[in-house]
Unconditional design. Structure first.
Length: 449
């Protein structure tokens, strides 16, 4: 199975909005570089406030991570729980950020409705099953944090997790019912159309090649023209194609693979996240899955060795899904693709003022649907002159990761180590995945995984 240059989502999204390339020179109040969730949401926020906005996208709309992700609407950060946010930031900012993240599902649902964005958004729940006893306490504390915030969460025992996910090897878990799923490319197209309705000019197939300042204005150069402006937002997920090497070297670019199977038959579907939820477990070698609107199984994975042919990884991913979900037969893979997530060393998003009138926001650490919305709001607020103290994230200096190229291998080394740890935890804790007593038929007549 070769790696496709397009995600499954691009095949099911319907027609893209008309976004003609930039031709000639023009002016705008704000120029946004990057046509992903961050750039398009920022364009809406700016245009709503009355600004004349131009968006430049090097490829097609949602060419980057926004069109390649799994579409999980997750109302929390991967590694920073509310308590950690309070510790890392002052009480007020930590509290504000924790609240914004926890409410992101509701906020994005309301935003999509208000802007008439049809993207199959379902607040059907995001489930985090616990892979082994060793992870139970920390996950329970996490659940309690969100419960204390009044979020619609529930703790699920192993039976309830199995009932919901089809997986029998988890020891428990929790659900946040305000999370769920959406169709990421439809979401991006909807954002683009909403921005256009508000007057924004969006130019795809238009790469920003340079950003220059003449002392009073910024000039964003492209091969086919230029845009002059007072303010520029870099929403390139730190992968600016050489525009700002310092941003690129301040993150760890993490390649994540996803696959979509052929649509599963109705019998199989009814046993798998039948209410349209998404699930990501707590294992170091994370297992995630959901179904798309037509019943394709979407699951993700990462390679320990990130170079060369990835088809072995595709085979591993589908074998794992077949086993974990106790499927009767291995579904055929329809599309296998990859994308790059911007991971930061502390797993926190970044907001930068690179110069007067030049800002950047990125580093969503695979929580992009929630975090890009928050980042885009903060970027729009910065251009409007809002005080940095009032933003949910601090504006920090750019800090390149030491030996960035080599450091980029670190997540893959952690994965190798993590797989060993997962295996060790299962064996030593005797999790149900390995315990003899559990190797029986479950109530659905399938072997538990
Ligand atoms: C495989 C994968 C799965 C994921 N799954 C999830 C998930 O299920 N849920 C979730 O919440 N998050 C998920 N994420 C994270 C999420 O997709 C990202 O955080 C989010 O899409 C980032 O959006 P963005 O707009 O900042 O960046 P991008 O979507 O990457 O957009 C940046 C854009 O900038 C453009 N660009 C770059 N340089 C230039 C230039 N010089 N000129 C013009 N344009 C330029 C690029 O072409 C690109 O389109 C996942 C990420 C990956 C890779």
């Amino acid at each position: 199975m070769p790696v496709s240059d397009r995600s499954s989502w691009t095949h099911t999204a319907g027609p893209a909005p008309q976004t003609p390339p930039l031709a000639g020179d023009a002016m705008a109040d704000v120029v946004v570089i990057g046509g992903g969730f961050t750039g398009l949401t920022a364009a809406i926020r700016l245009a709503e406030a009355g600004a004349d906005v131009a968006v430049l996208e090097a490829g097609d709309i949602a060419e980057g991570a926004s069109g390649r992700n799994a579409g999980f609407l997750v109302p929390n950060l991967a590694k920073a729980d509310p308590a950690t946010l309070m510790e890392n930031f002052d009480q007020q900012r930590g509290g504000q950020l924790a609240k914004s993240v926890a409410e992101a599902g509701d906020t994005i649902a309301e935003f999509s409705q208000r802007h008439d964005i049809e993207c199959e958004l379902k607040q059907s729940g995001w489930i985090q099953p616990v892979h082994a006893e060793v992870a139970r306490d920390a996950t329970y504390r996490r659940f309690e944090d969100y419960k204390a915030m009044g979020r619609p969460v529930a703790w699920l025992d192993a039976g309830a997790i199995k009932e919901a996910t089809g997986c029998g090897h988890y020891v428990g878990g929790w659900i946040d019912r305000s999370g769920g799923t959406l169709h990421p490319v439809k979401f991006a197209y909807g954002l683009a159309r909403a921005a256009q309705r508000l007057g924004a000019h969006i130019h795809s197939q238009t790469s920003a090649t340079a950003i220059e300042n003449d002392g009073s204005n910024w000039h964003v150069k492209t091969a086919s023209g230029s845009l002059s402006t007072r303010q520029v937002l870099m929403c390139t997920n730190a992968m600016g194609g050489g525009l700002r090497a310092d941003l690129t070297s301040s993150i760890l670019p993490l390649t994540i693979h996803q696959l979509a199977t052929e649509p599963l038959d109705a019998g199989m579907r009814s046993k798998l996240l039948a209410d349209g939820q998404a699930m990501s477990d707590t294992a170091n070698d994370l297992f995630t899955y959901r179904l798309d609107g037509e019943g394709r199984l979407i699951t993700g994975g990462m390679a320990v060795w990130p170079f060369g042919d990835a088809s072995g990884l595709g085979r591993r991913m589908i074998r794992r899904a077949t086993k974990f979900l106790a499927l009767d037969k291995t579904p055929r893979i329809e599309t296998f693709w990859s994308g790059q997530a911007a991971v930061t060393t502390d797993f926190m998003p970044r907001l930068h003022r690179l110069a007067d009138g030049l800002f950047a926001g990125f580093g969503c650490n695979a929580r992009g649907i929630a975090m890009t919305h928050i980042l885009a709001g903060a970027l729009a607020d910065l251009t409007a002159g809002r005080s940095e103290e009032q933003l949910p994230l601090p504006v920090t200096p750019v800090r390149p990761v030491p030996m960035a190229k080599l450091a980029g291998l670190a997540p893959h080394m952690w994965l190798a180590h993590g797989r060993l740890k997962d295996t060790f935890n299962r064996i030593t804790a005797g999790s149900p995945a390995n315990s003899r007593s559990n190797q029986t038929e479950n109530h659905q007549g399938r072997k538990p995984c």
